[in-house]
Design a protein around this ligand. Structure first.
Ligand SMILES: C[S@@+](CC[C@H](N)C(=O)[O-])C[C@H]1O[C@@H](n2cnc3c(N)ncnc32)[C@H](O)[C@@H]1O
Length: 305
């Protein structure tokens, strides 16, 4: 299984890896970034989080030439607890490459893609009980509309919710293609030609199924405390909602509050502990090779004291 790691060279450079670095890859996926990390940390160690058990098997094959790593099969929201269990108090790099891997997207059975027919599932963690089917068939119309509006930024959120509720009153909506047809019939012809009309609705459902935004925000905040001095937090986001959370958390610790800025001398205990480094977007060449990179943004935060 091939997954083209997005912004690979740029994210590895951003990590500023040393031979003895201790690194967390919060989103192992198929192990593309982890492999590149391991090739640089001969005497260091990598902790790789992954919630999807199929991904773990693939990644293990890819990392077979290395032994200085551990795959932690759990949600990255548990990062603090899991590192504490292993007596790890500070790490040099924490890396997030959000979203789904091509294993999840291309696997016909998982229900992430609006191009392939599958049962409405979208769980990254296959042992969790909530699926996209439950949301589509059981959430109230207003709840659906809110989710589509907030997590999909979909302007026809209300209309799509209304059409879903009407369709499911006849029989349950079971598959991705049934849902795609309902979405297509809910939006005007003109809108259908812009982007695929199901894109935003599928994004919203995926976020709700996996509680993606809340987990990411919590894990990012916890990561701040886990960074060693000179350590770096390196994050690749794929849509504006993730990116806004990243910017908000970074700014909350890397920008002086106005009342402190006004002080003639900033006391040591109020000095900033983190610095935002540059933001990086994929090159035109990468986007041509891998269209999935199109919406990626790489952000870097460094702990300075
Ligand atoms: C874009 S892929 C990572 C690709 C990887 N960097 C590579 O080069 O192969 C994101 C991965 O993160 C996993 N993931 C997403 N949210 C997670 C979470 N909250 N906890 C743990 N893993 C998560 C997904 O299952 C998916 O395999």
């Amino acid at each position: 299984m091939r997954h083209e790691s997005v912004l690979l060279a740029e994210s590895i450079e951003a990590m500023n890896l040393q031979s003895d670095s201790v690194v967390v890859d919060a989103t192992l996926g198929l192990g593309g970034h982890s492999l590149a990390i391991l090739s640089k940390i001969k005497s260091g160690f990598l902790y790789a989080f992954e919630i999807d058990k199929d991904a773990k098997k693939n990644a293990q094959k890819k990392l077979k030439n290395y032994s200085n790593y551990e795959i932690i099969e759990t949600n990255f929201v548990n990062i603090k607890k899991e590192l504490k269990k292993r007596q790890v108090e500070a790490v040099d790099v924490i890396f997030f490459d959000l979203g789904v891997s091509s294993l999840q997207l291309d696997c016909g059975k998982r229900g992430f893609s609006f191009h392939q027919d599958a049962l409405l599932d979208m769980r990254m963690n296959q042992s969790q009980s909530l699926t996209a089917y439950d949301i589509v068939n059981n959430y109230s119309e207003s709840n659906l509309a809110n989710i589509f509006f907030q997590y999909g930024e979909e302007k026809y959120a209300r209309k799509v919710a209304q059409e879903i509720v009407s369709a499911r009153s006849e029989r349950p909506i079971k598959t991705t293609m049934e849902l795609v047809a309902i979405i297509q019939n809910s939006v005007p012809q003109k809108y259908r030609r812009q982007t695929h009309p199901a894109r935003r609705i599928f994004q919203a459902l995926r976020i709700e199924v996996n509680n993606e935004l809340a987990n990411f925000e919590q894990a990012l905040k916890d990561s701040l405390d886990l960074l060693a001095i000179n350590g770096r937090l390196v994050v690749i986001t794929f849509h504006s909602l993730e990116d806004r959370i990243c910017q908000k958390v970074f700014k909350s610790v890397a920008k002086l509050k106005p009342e402190i800025k006004k002080l003639p001398i900033v006391p040591d205990n109020l000095k900033l502990k983190y610095k935002i480094l540059k933001k990086i977007k994929p090159s035109a060449e990468e986007i041509k090779q891998n269209p999935r990179a199109r919406s990626a943004t790489l952000r870097i935060l460094e702990r300075v004291r």
